[in-house]
Ligand binder design. Structure first.
Ligand code: NAD
Length: 435
C-alpha cells in the first residue's frame, strides 16, 4: 500500500494536542464555567443544559492486526453543543484517552469556537490505543473502522473532526476518504487539517502562532508597549512556539529566550530566530547544542524579566508553585492549559495580563473554519487572504473579550468564558427548546 512519504509515522507521533488537568479534567473546565455562569445569572435549567454534552458515543473498533489477530479498541466521540452550528473538534489517539477527558475537551471547544465567533459547536473524539505500537496499515484500519462506526454522527453539516494528539493530516485523509466512499461522492468538508492537495487550507500550519501573535500585539497595545521595544520569552519551539517566536521577531521584538524539551536558551541581546528555526529543523526538531544563546533551565525561562511570555509547550507550566515569581507583563497562552486554575488569582493580583488559551490559540480552529468554507465553496484562497481574515477575526475576538473584562471588571480568561457562554445561551434562548 503506497503511503505519502511526507506523512511518516513519526510525524503522527510528533503532534501533541490539548491535555487538561488529568486528575479531573471535567472539573477544571467546569470551575471556570461556573464562575462565568454566576456572573451571567444563568438559571439552573440553562446551567444544566450547557453543562451536559448533547451526545456521547462509544464505539468498539475491531482491527485485524498484522499478526492476524483481531483486536478491539474503544473509540469515543462527544458532541457537547450544536446550538451555534455543526460541531468541531479533534480526534486523539492515546493509550489513556478517557471519556471524561473527551467530554471536557468537547465543552472546551464549544467555548473556544464561540469566543472567536466561528459558527460551530464543540466536539472531541478519541481512540484508546497506543499508536507507537501500531503499523501504518493497522492505524489506517483503525481510523477507517472508527469513521465507519460514526457515519451517522459525522458530516460537513453535522460534526467535523480535526487532528489532535497523535493524529495528523494522513489520518484526516483516511477519514475523508472513508466518509466519501459511503456518501458515494468526495466530501472534503467532513474533516479539516487535511493535506492542501486534498482540500486543506493554506496558512493552517502557521495559523495558531499567527493568532497568538495577533492577540499579543493587541495586548501590548492596551499596555502602551510598542512591539519593537518588547522583550519576549517563548516556551516550546514546535509548531506554535516557533511560529510565535518568528512572527514576534518579525515585529521587531527582542526574543530573549526560547526553549524545547532539551532545555532553554537565553540571550539578553535577542536570539536570531530564523537561525534557531533552521538549527532545530536540521537537528531533528531539537535545539540541543544551539550556540546562539546561553543555556538556562525551562523553569528559569518562565521567570525571566520580559514583557511577553508565551507558554507554547504543554499544560500546567505555571502553577501556584511558581506564579508569584513570574515577571512578564503579558502571558499569551499558546498551549492549552499552561496555567493552572490556582495560579490565575496570583497572576491577576500581580497585575499580569493573561490572554487565555481559548482566545489566544484559537487561530488554528479559525483557519480550520476557513478550510471548511473553502471546501464547501470549492474555491481556494490565497495565503494572504487566509492570513488577513485570520488577523481580523483574532483582533475582533480580543477586543470583544477585552470589552467584557472591562464591563464586569474581570480577567480576560473570565471574560472569554462569559462572552462564549453568553453567546451560546442567547442563541439557545432564541432557538428555544424543541419538544
Ligand atoms: P509541537 O509538538 O509542535 O511542539 C511542542 C514543543 O514543546 C516542542 O518544541 C517540545 O520540545 C516542547 N516541549 C515539550 N515539553 C516541554 C517542556 N517540558 N519544556 C519546554 N518545552 C517543551 O506542538 P504544538 O502543535 O506546537 O502544540 C503546543 C501546544 O499548543 C499544545 O498544548 C497544543 O495543545 C497547543 N495547541 C496547538 C495548536 C496547533 O495548531 N498546533 C492549536 C491549539 C493549541
Amino acid at each position: 500500500m503506497p503511503y505519502n512519504k511526507d506523512i511518516t509515522l513519526s510525524s503522527i507521533y510528533k503532534e501533541p494536542g490539548p491535555k487538561l488537568d488529568h486528575e479531573n479534567p471535567f472539573e477544571s473546565m467546569m470551575e471556570r464555567f461556573r464562575f462565568a455562569a454566576d456572573i451571567l445569572h444563568l438559571d439552573e435549567g440553562m446551567f444544566q443544559y450547557l453543562s451536559n454534552p448533547a451526545k456521547q458515543v462509544i464505539v468498539s473498533v475491531p482491527v485485524m492486526m498484522d499478526n492476524g489477530e483481531i483486536k478491539v479498541f474503544e473509540g469515543y466521540r462527544v458532541l457537547h453543543n450544536d446550538v451555534l452550528g455543526p460541531t468541531k473538534g479533534g480526534i486523539r489517539y492515546a493509550p489513556d484517552v478517557h471519556i471524561d477527558e473527551v467530554k471536557a475537551l468537547a465543552a472546551w471547544m464549544t467555548w473556544k469556537c464561540a469566543v472567536v465567533n466561528v459558527p460551530y459547536g464543540g466536539a472531541k473524539g478519541g481512540i484508546r490505543c497506543n499508536p507507537r505500537e501500531m503499523s501504518p496499515r493497522e492505524l489506517e484500519q483503525l481510523t477507517r473502522r472508527y469513521t465507519a462506526n460514526l457515519l451517522d454522527v459525522l458530516g460537513p453539516e453535522k460534526d467535523i473532526p480535526a487532528p489532535d494528539m497523535n493524529t495528523n493530516e494522513q489520518v484526516m485523509a483516511w477519514i475523508m476518504d472513508t466518509y466519501s466512499m459511503h456518501a458515494r461522492s468526495t466530501q472534503t468538508a467532513v474533516v479539516t487539517g487535511k493535506p492542501i492537495i486534498l482540500g486543506g487550507s493554506k496558512g493552517r500550519k502557521e495559523a495558531t502562532g499567527r493568532g497568538v501573535v495577533t492577540v499579543t500585539l493587541a495586548g501590548l497595545n492596551k499596555l502602551g508597549i510598542k512591539a519593537n521595544k518588547a522583550t519576549v520569552a517563548v516556551q516550546g519551539f514546535g509548531n506554535v512556539g516557533s511560529i510565535s517566536a518568528k512572527l514576534m521577531h518579525e515585529q521587531g521584538s527582542k526574543v530573549i529566550a526560547i526553549s524545547d524539551i532539551s532545555g532553554a536558551y537565553y540571550n539578553e541581546n535577542g536570539i536570531d530566530i530564523p537561525a534557531a528555526m533552521a538549527y532545530s529543523q536540521a537537528n531533528k526538531f531539537s535545539l540541543e547544542g544551539f550556540t546562539g544563546a546561553e543555556k538556562i533551565t525551562n523553569e528559569a525561562l518562565l521567570e525571566l524579566e520580559c514583557d511577553v511570555l508565551i507558554p507554547a509547550a504543554k499544560e500546567d507550566q505555571i502553577s501556584k508553585k511558581n506564579a508569584d515569581r513570574i515577571k512578564a507583563k503579558i502571558i499569551a497562552e499558546g498551549a492549552n492549559g499552561p496555567i493552572t486554575a490556582s495560579a490565575d488569582k496570583i497572576l491577576d493580583d500581580k497585575g499580569i495580563m493573561v490572554i487565555p488559551d481559548i482566545l489566544a490559540n484559537a487561530g488554528g480552529v479559525t483557519v480550520s473554519y476557513f478550510e471548511w468554507v473553502q471546501d464547501r465553496q470549492g474555491y481556494f484562497w490565497t495565503e494572504e487572504r487566509v492570513n488577513r481574515r485570520l488577523i481580523r477575526m483574532m483582533r475582533e475576538a480580543f477586543e470583544n473579550t477585552f470589552a467584557v473584562s472591562e464591563k464586569h471588571s474581570v480577567t480576560l480568561r473570565q471574560a472569554a468564558y462569559i462572552y462564549a457562554i453568553d453567546k451560546v445561551a442567547t442563541t439557545l434562548r432564541l432557538r428555544g427548546i424543541y419538544a
